[in-house]
Write a protein that binds this ligand. Structure first.
Ligand SMILES: Cc1cc2nc3c(=O)[nH]c(=O)nc-3n(C[C@H](O)[C@H](O)[C@H](O)COP(=O)(O)OP(=O)(O)OC[C@H]3O[C@@H](n4cnc5c(N)ncnc54)[C@H](O)[C@@H]3O)c2cc1C
Length: 407
């Protein structure tokens, strides 16, 4: 029996596993011909893009609900090492070390937040990179909400004014209010001279309007130089009393990618071809944030669920096709959009690689909520055909919006 090993069950890994099971079924093969085994450190699929939201319910879906109906096995374990020459993977499990051999590997271990070596940062910061981290932040705010006033109790410093930091900062007034912090003060810090430097110029007026409407302060052109339990020191010399710091600056590919003798880009991602085959690694496919490819022949994929999900579907389809000598399908997506949540103000929907504004405010917010709560969810009725249909190697149309105008 051949084994397809899928490492990670995020947006790329989950859809690779379902896509592989779909193709296996389509070819009339069973798990006796090809076992599909997912290894994931958590027993759930995290809808990671929702980790900044006030309400985290249903952001972690049990893997058994999604994988049992389609005949895909999974192990909850930590991937410790990958050896493409021997075609095996070392796991650290609760019972010790385990080695799993594979015939084909699908590498979908995602990305991680990068924390620089700033004094006190590791011990005194929060993030929303994982579901566990998001729950920890919510619990911390709830604890503060139950306390008497003290310096910095109601102040949240968010570091990094890119996509994630802006979403965290604009959602934070509502998150604090839910936690019982009624006098919250939110401060967004970034070393760039403008907010959303990585997002581009077109959307900045909408972002600025939202920050002003939500009374989110900014400190731009400055870096964090030290953090302790009392607050945050900036390299401008300012000390901000704050009992909550949320670090949102910088992402890199999962560190296991750097252990592989593959071609890496500046984010540590492994380069894959249009079939999601890792260049220079035999029998290895990769998808999602750990991989990069030219998605339209000109632009490299951006770390996003927008690309991770189709990359996963195609990797799953192709890994089974490759195993059984069937033709593979190339992935090509000729559209790119971003939909940035701006909390109580609404959202910002941009189109194209130059991120021109398509809609803002309440209209874009409806689109954002549809994406976060419907579009990127797997079917949850335990129906095998529904799961297979959702994993077909096709390209979705861009998300629709109620109106191409403001609010
Ligand atoms: C707060 C937030 C908001 C975001 N908003 C958006 C957005 O609006 N739009 C958008 O397109 N993208 C957004 N993103 C980015 C998006 O979430 C990622 O691009 C996407 O999750 C990538 O999918 P992936 O499967 O490659 O990685 P992940 O979804 O991170 O999945 C990787 C999986 O591998 C597992 N794993 C990692 N290492 C190991 C190991 N050693 N052993 C075992 N398991 C392991 C992890 O537990 C995880 O389940 C956002 C991200 C965050 C954090």
């Amino acid at each position: 029996m051949a084994r397809i090993l899928v490492l990670g069950a995020g947006f790329a890994g989950l859809w690779a596993a379902i896509g592989a099971a779909r193709k296996r079924h389509e070819l009339g093969k069973s798990r006796r011909d090809a076992e599909i085994l997912v290894v994931e450190r958590n027993p759930y699929h995290n809808i990671r893009v929702r980790n900044y939201e006030v309400d985290l319910s249903d952001a972690a879906i049990p893997l058994a609900e999604l994988l049992d109906p389609i005949g895909v096995d999974y192990k909850v374990a930590e991937v410790a090492a990958i050896d493409p020459a021997r075609q095996d993977v070392v796991l650290a499990t609760s019972r010790g070390r385990e080695v799993l051999r594979y015939d084909r590997l699908v590498l979908t271990l995602g990305s991680e937040l990068v924390r620089p070596a700033i004094a006190g940062l590791a011990a005194n910061s929060f993030d929303v990179d994982t579901y566990q981290a998001a729950v920890r932040l919510s619990d911390h705010l709830a604890a503060l909400g139950g306390q008497a006033a003290s310096p910095g109790r109601a102040t949240v410093v968010v570091v990094g004014a890119g996509f994630t930091g802006i979403e965290v900062a604009t959602e934070m007034p509502a998150k604090c209010a839910k936690a019982g912090i009624t006098d919250s003060r939110i401060i967004l810090v970034d070393p760039n001279p403008v907010v959303g430097a990585t997002i581009g110029d077109h959307g900045r007026p909408a972002i600025s309007e939202a920050l002003t409407a939500l009374a989110v302060e900014t400190r731009l052109g400055v870096k964090v130089s030290a953090v302790d339990a009392r607050g945050v020191t900036l390299d401008s010399g300012e000390f901000i009393p704050a009992q909550t710091l949320v670090w949102c600056a910088g992402m890199a590919a999962n560190p296991l990618a750097s252990t592989l003798a593959a071609e890496h880009d500046r984010l540590g991602r492994i380069e894959v071809d249009q079939f999601m085959r890792a260049k220079s690694l035999r029998n290895v496919f990769a998808a999602g944030d750990i991989a990069s490819c030219l998605i339209d022949g000109a632009h490299s994929t951006v770390m996003s669920c927008q690309f991770a999900r189709p990359m996963g579907r195609f990797a799953g389809h192709n890994v089974v096709a490759d195993l059984f000598d069937e033709p593979m399908l190339p992935l090509f997506i000729d559209w790119y959009v971003t939909v940035l949540d701006l909390g109580g103000w609404g959202a910002l929907y941009t189109v194209g690689w130059d991120r021109k504004v398509h809609s803002t405010g309440a209209a874009a917010k409806v689109t954002k909520q549809t994406i976060n709560h419907k579009r990127i969810y797997p079917p949850r009725n335990g129906n095998r055909e529904a799961l297979f249909d959702a994993a077909a190697p096709t390209i979705q149309a861009p998300p629709v919006t109620r109106a191409a105008s403001t609010s």
